[in-house]
Write a protein that binds this ligand. Structure first.
Ligand code: ATP
Ligand code: MG
Ligand code: FE
Length: 349
């Protein structure tokens, strides 16, 4: 079954085509540069950009796969969480495609998409895995059995900021361009990760072992910058970027490995935009090897938002024999990840 996946939850219009766990083609259009001067995503601008980009992206993905619209046998779309106005564009388009083609429609949870992205790179997930989702809006450790047949179990969520949000805010403090994650990753290459001893949040003896918190770390960076300015010292931004990045990578990987140990799981999957970070990837690799844990991280372009990952969930749902979504389907801007499929009617059964 050829599944068309559509993603419009934030500022990327993503379209992907997947069949039997294999990525056939994809296309991506980002409105990121239009938001840069505002320092963050402006929902109305994102929605307008999706309206312009969506149909051309569907064409480009089909071209990439060497297929036509009539080869599409199912449609999957992100129905939440995300910006409501942005989600509406994708959901309305997906419904129209499914209706006109006479094929089933599957409403998908965006974070299940991030997790499923890895299946396109490394095949089906094992029977049990710990999934670390580190993105712009979420930082969670999950226990995943069958991604589409079983509910996802939350082991921990961040108590305040998400890891990606911390990258974006620290970049602003350091006058680095938006989006902050890639900018800090680049700046850190010329810096010393041991230059500034930033705190490792929630790693004390009385702290929750799997808990995350990033707002204090962000404040520590701000204080460091203020103190340097007050003392009239020149700030070498790469050192601060590298030290901050090291604190995040250290904390994330420690806790992810602790989750694997606590729950006796042999596979760690790291996904979401921050999984594209070079230091997070390298340290996860190093520590998983040490701990005898199998590490799976998708290639960077499948870590950040894309349509292929949504098609991947649709493909898993088709193969699991899931019921298609109802025509009255709407968006769920702030839904928790319990089930990969977002369909109240199907869940109620
Ligand atoms: P969510 O998935 O939680 O709804 P989102 O879709 O906006 O949020 P993603 O697209 O998964 O998030 O990731 C975007 C985030 O990833 C941004 O915060 C961005 O700064 C961060 N990011 C992207 N590349 C890197 C990198 N190389 N290093 C660190 N962070 C990065
Ligand atoms: Mg984005
Ligand atoms: Fe995302």
């Amino acid at each position: 079954t050829v599944v068309l996946g559509i993603e419009t939850s934030c500022d990327e219009t993503g379209v992907g085509l997947v069949r039997g766990g294999v990525l056939l083609g994809d296309a991506l259009s980002s409105s990121m540069s239009e938001h840069a001067r505002f320092g963050g995503v402006v929902p109305e601008i994102a929605a307008r950009a999706h309206v312009s980009a969506l149909v051309p992206c569907v064409r480009a993905a089909l071209d990439d796969a060497g297929l036509t619209l009539h080869d599409v046998e199912a449609v999957a779309v992100t129905a939440g969480p995300g910006l409501a106005t942005a989600l509406h564009v994708g959901v309305a388009a997906a419904k129209a495609y499914a209706q006109v083609l006479g094929v089933p429609l599957y409403a998908v949870h965006h974070l299940a998409g991030h997790a499923a992205a890895d299946t396109l790179a490394h095949g089906d997930l094992p029977a049990r895995s710990v999934v670390l989702i580190v993105s712009g809006g979420h930082t969670s450790l999950l226990l995943v059995r069958d991604l589409v047949r079983d509910p996802v179990i939350h082991l921990s969520d961040t108590m305040d900021d998400a890891a990606g949000e911390a990258f974006d805010k620290v970049a602003r403090i350091l006058n680095l361009p938006y989006p902050g994650g890639p900018a800090i990753d680049r700046a850190a290459r010329d810096g010393d990760p041991a230059a500034v001893p930033f705190p490792r949040p929630l790693t004390g003896p009385n702290d929750p072992v799997l808990g995350f918190s990033f707002s204090g770390l962000k404040t520590a960076v701000a204080r460091h910058v203020e103190a340097a300015e007050a003392a009239g010292q020149d700030l070498w931004v790469p050192d601060v970027a590298a030290s901050f990045q090291e604190a995040v990578a250290d904390t994330l990987t420690r806790k992810a490995i602790a989750a694997c140990r606590t729950h006796d799981v042999e596979t760690l999957v790291v996904v979401g935009g921050v999984a594209a970070n070079s230091r997070v990837r390298a340290l996860a690799e190093e520590r998983c090897t040490e701990a005898g844990i199998e590490l799976r991280v998708p290639p960077p372009r499948l870590c950040t938002d894309n349509g292929a990952m949504i098609a991947a969930v649709g493909d898993l749902l088709v193969r699991a024999g899931a019921r298609s979504s109802e025509p009255h389907l709407s968006v769920s801007p702030s839904v928790e990840l319990d089930w990969a499929q977002l369909d109240p009617a199907a869940e109620a059964e």
